[in-house]
Design a binder for this molecule. Structure first.
Ligand code: CP
Length: 317
């Protein structure tokens, strides 16, 4: 891997290599991720122009577990506030001998733009760009699905909520289709579905009850109010009444269905607390899995080739 900007175009084989590499970092019993020296002497810069709790922190932990040095640039107190451009900011950080930038930006294409301007020894990971893509989130999501459900070929997955503005949904759909999921459904009011949604290779539903029928995995999404222009949705109470995931609606899915959410959650808006904190929820394991998956992506980009890496437990799938 040179950069990690999008799931689009990634082969099933590459996605599985990332999942297997992530598994190799998790010790038996899954209690801890050991520190390994794969990125010793390398410097990773977290460049987050948008708020983040999970992604920024798990990238920092992941980089430290790989023995890299980590810089978290505080954007609000950086010289971007004096008008320095995105590319000049990156060029100046590059001049400090940094090798890997993890970039989150409100503009779609920001990470691609940087990637097209950096020298060959510098690598970019997209940590979310506008409504376009959030590829590392999708990778930790499919890692979580595989760890609970095994192979993808028989799985019916429902993605529920604000599909239109969700970079997470776009990347999840690409990853699930690349892995051969039996069916990917999207459930949303028509105003929160992209036009020509079928081109995404999904089955759209507006009726939450029908859409959840017999699914193995439910992936809830946050309403992306910061990306909405105009009144696209009903009131919050109305939205929860029609699209909120309650225990009664969850009962439409398979009895062993898992419930996922990338966070941050709006309890009582898209998901009932009884479901978010219930026995079928894997929302916090998703966060934990983000460490190993982000380690895998950084190690494959910047680490030594697999054949000269210290022995690690290999994935089995
Ligand atoms: N899922 C996710 O991207 O969360 P953060 O915005 O907290 O990073």
């Amino acid at each position: 891997l040179k950069h990690f900007l999008t799931i689009e175009g990634l082969s099933r084989r590459t996605i599985l290599e990332i999942l297997d590499t992530a598994e190799s970092f998790i010790s038996v019993g899954q209690r801890e991720i050991k520190k390994v020296p794969l990125l010793r002497g390398k410097t990773v810069v977290n460049l987050f122009f948008e708020a983040s709790t999970r992604t920024r922190t798990t990238f920092e932990i992941a980089a430290k577990r790989l023995s890299a040095d980590v810089i978290n640039l505080a954007i609000s107190t950086s010289s971007t506030s004096k008008g320095e451009t995105l590319l000049d900011t990156v060029r100046n950080l590059e001049a400090m001998h940094t090798e890997l930038f993890v970039v989150r930006h409100s503009l779609a294409g920001a990470a691609h733009l940087i990637a097209s301007h950096v020298p060959p020894h510098v690598h970019i990971i997209n940590a979310g760009d506008g409504a376009h893509a959030h590829p590392t989130q999708a990778m930790l999501d499919v890692f979580t699905i595989r760890s609970h459900k095994g192979e993808f070929e028989k799985l019916k997955v429902a993605i529920v909520g604000d599909i239109l503005h969700s970079r997470v949904a776009r990347s999840q759909i690409q990853a699930l289709n690349a892995l051969g999921a039996a069916e990917v459904r999207v459930i949303a009011p028509k105003t929160l579905l992209p036009t020509a949604v079928e081109r995404l290779r999904v089955v759209p539903y507006s009726d939450m009850r029908r859409g959840l029928e017999d699914v193995d995995v439910i992936m809830m999404l946050r309403l992306q109010r910061e990306r909405m222009r105009g009144a696209l949705i009903p009131s919050e109470q109305e939205y929860f009444r029609v699209y909120g995931l309650t225990p009664e609606r969850l009962a439409r899915a398979k009895p062993d269905a898992i419930v996922m959410h990338p966070g941050p959650m709006n309890r009582g808006l898209e998901i009932d607390s009884a479901v978010a904190d219930g026995s079928q929820s894997v929302i916090l394991p998703q966060v934990t899995n983000g460490i190993a998956v982000r380690m895998a992506i950084m190690a494959l980009i910047l680490g030594p080739p697999a054949e000269v890496r210290p022995a690690a437990r290999r994935g089995t799938r």
